[in-house]
Design a protein around this ligand. Structure first.
Ligand SMILES: Nc1ncnc2c1ncn2[C@@H]1O[C@H](COP(=O)(O)OP(=O)(O)OP(=O)(O)O)[C@@H](O)[C@H]1O
Ligand SMILES: [Mg+2]
Length: 253
């Protein structure tokens, strides 16, 4: 549960995400989706309730501590370092781990240089996977909005977390970019990654998600596989009924 003054943004939301599952979190604007992400990733402490990751409670831990445990995220309102290059922005996603390793290396410089080379290789590899490798040395400020969203995905993925939270990753992507991102998520799931993602693009949700959690006014009104959610009366009543029905008709499951 999360309360902001008199506003209860999230209340009575209980669900789990299984290893290698892709779960979509949907709901109208203001439903509490980002607030839930902010609690899971340690930006806000819940007012009440608990959050567990890989069996251990994580509510109250700092965002860095949670990232170190292998749970990373992207942001609906981008968190890009615009003065840095594209590659450097991805390297930020490795800093958490690098710092500890550098300390462990006892500041032996050749070893640190080796670590940095490895980090660069890893960052380039992820830029390649999101289709931005050619832009690695450009200032981040020169990228389009869609490219910046993909850059955040690379930064969240580069530390090889067990689980990634994506807050509206398709917003601002063109259809080809959006489909490529769905394919990347499905490929990463095969490699062991678990996803929880917020998305308004229902086609992406229906294609990528194993299960969908629906929030409305901070409460969870439904959870289930796409085919069930698409015909769930309360979901249709509360949210985008027509659009979901059309998509469900196009992709019978
Ligand atoms: N830091 C904050 N302080 C006060 N109120 C907040 C804060 N963050 C969110 N809220 C309120 O909590 C509610 C849920 O907002 P939230 O951003 O979680 O919605 P959302 O489901 O992500 O919406 P959208 O689809 O528009 O991104 C809203 O009423 C919002 O105004
Ligand atoms: Mg939001």
């Amino acid at each position: 549960m999360k309360r902001f003054g008199g506003v209860v943004a999230v209340q009575g939301v209980t669900f789990d995400v299984r290893p290698q599952e892709i779960v979509a979190l949907i709901g109208p604007n203001g439903a509490g989706k980002t607030t839930l992400f902010n609690m899971i990733s340690g930006i806000f402490s819940p007012t009440a309730g608990e959050i567990r990751f890989a069996g251990r409670p994580i509510h109250g831990l700092s965002p860095h501590a949670i990232a170190r445990l292998g749970l990373t995220r992207t942001f609906q309102n981008l968190q890009i370092f615009y003065h840095m290059t594209v590659l450097e922005n991805v390297l930020v996603g490795l800093n958490v781990r690098l710092k500890t390793r550098m300390l462990a290396a006892g500041l032996r410089l050749p070893r640190v240089a080796e670590e940095e080379r490895r980090a660069r290789d890893m960052a380039l590899q992820w830029l390649n996977r999101v289709g931005l490798a050619a832009l690695a040395d450009r200032p981040a400020a020169t990228l389009s909005y869609g490219q910046l969203k993909l850059l955040e995905v690379a930064r969240a993925a580069v530390s090889q977390p067990a689980m990634i939270l994506l807050d509206e990753p398709m917003a601002g992507l063109n259809p080809a970019e959006s489909q490529a991102l769905v394919r990347l998520m499905l490929a990463m799931r095969e490699e062991g990654t678990t996803f929880l993602f917020v998305e308004h693009d229902m086609e992406a949700v229906m294609t990528a998600a194993d299960r969908i959690v629906v929030l409305d006014y901070g409460r969870m009104i439904a959870v289930g596989p796409p085919a069930e959610i698409a015909v769930h009366p309360e979901v249709i009543r509360a949210y985008l009924g027509a659009e979901i029905e059309v998509i469900a008709g196009a992709h019978p499951q």
